[in-house]
Design a protein around this ligand. Structure first.
Ligand SMILES: *Cc1c(COP(=O)(O)O)cnc(C)c1O
Length: 247
């Protein structure tokens, strides 16, 4: 089946809609809308569409597979499109840590000390620093990546000690539910954990709470999200399996 990509007008309307929702959710809890970064999750989508989103003002993009993302990142560089920030939001294998340094700007899916050490090592080789978030499995779902809150607290001092890593906070993927209110406690718990991480490892600010996706980003913002990762509400539905040809 041919992927139904949004037209420029639809994409513009989608982005305006998401931005308005972000502003309203922030204002409901007395926050400034510009304290929320919108990461447009462009996984499975062609680079031409991502360029249109850039043209429409988006500057942060989320990808979940290194091999899919690298050509898109290269194309943006080739076209001179900057500033732009690429966020790795999918599971990252340690043996691919070398590939993300110098291409991605932020790794939101750090979930082991070994991966953090590998990123630190390769960043040092390139004399770079890399922003990372620690992925936490708040709801304890067996199917989800991420450390437990207890593991996060134990890991925090070791992460902030790695000199090439800029430990910026935590990320979670909430369970998929019908009613976003159901996952409000998940977001609240990540926010609470962030406060404890600040005490456990005060060398970092832990400023970012990356939580909230198409179905629940407004609730996440009400609970303090500083980064929301929104795919379908911007780019439309994805093919069911990412391995299938997505064009
Ligand atoms: C795909 C994905 C998203 C975006 O999901 P939508 O429901 O399309 O908004 C956000 N975060 C992660 C980790 C993802 O894999």
């Amino acid at each position: 089946m041919i992927n139904n990509l949004p037209s420029y007008a639809t994409l513009a309307a989608n982005i305006a809609h998401v931005r308005a929702n972000i502003a309203q959710a922030a204002e409901r809890v007395g926050r400034r809308p510009d304290t929320v970064t919108l990461v447009a999750v462009s996984k499975t989508k062609p680079v031409e569409l991502i360029k249109l989103a850039y043209e429409l003002g988006l500057r942060d993009f989320g990808e979940n597979r290194v091999q899919d993302a690298l050509p898109k990142i290269a194309e943006f560089r080739h076209a001179g499109l900057h500033p732009v920030a690429w966020h790795m939001i999918g599971h990252l294998q340690r043996n691919k840590a070398n590939k993300v340094i110098g291409s991605f700007d932020s790794i939101q899916s750090v979930d082991t000390l070994q991966l953090a050490q590998a990123l630190n090592h390769h960043a040092a080789e390139l004399e770079q620093r890399i922003a990372i978030l620690l992925q936490v499995n708040i709801a304890g779902e067996a199917s989800k990546e991420g450390v437990t809150p207890e593991e996060a607290l134990a890991l925090a001092p070791q992460l902030v000690a790695l000199p090439q890593l800029d430990v910026q906070g935590v990320m979670t993927v909430a369970p998929q539910v019908q009613d976003p209110e159901t996952v409000r406690p998940v977001f609240r718990r990540l926010h609470e954990l962030r406060e404890r991480l600040r005490e456990a490892a005060p060398q970092s600010a832990w400023q970012h709470l990356s939580m909230g996706m198409t179905d629940d980003y407004c609730v996440a913002i009400e609970e303090g999200a500083t980064i929301v990762r929104v795919g379908r509400a911007i780019f439309g539905e994805r093919e069911r399996t990412q391995n299938a040809a997505s064009l």
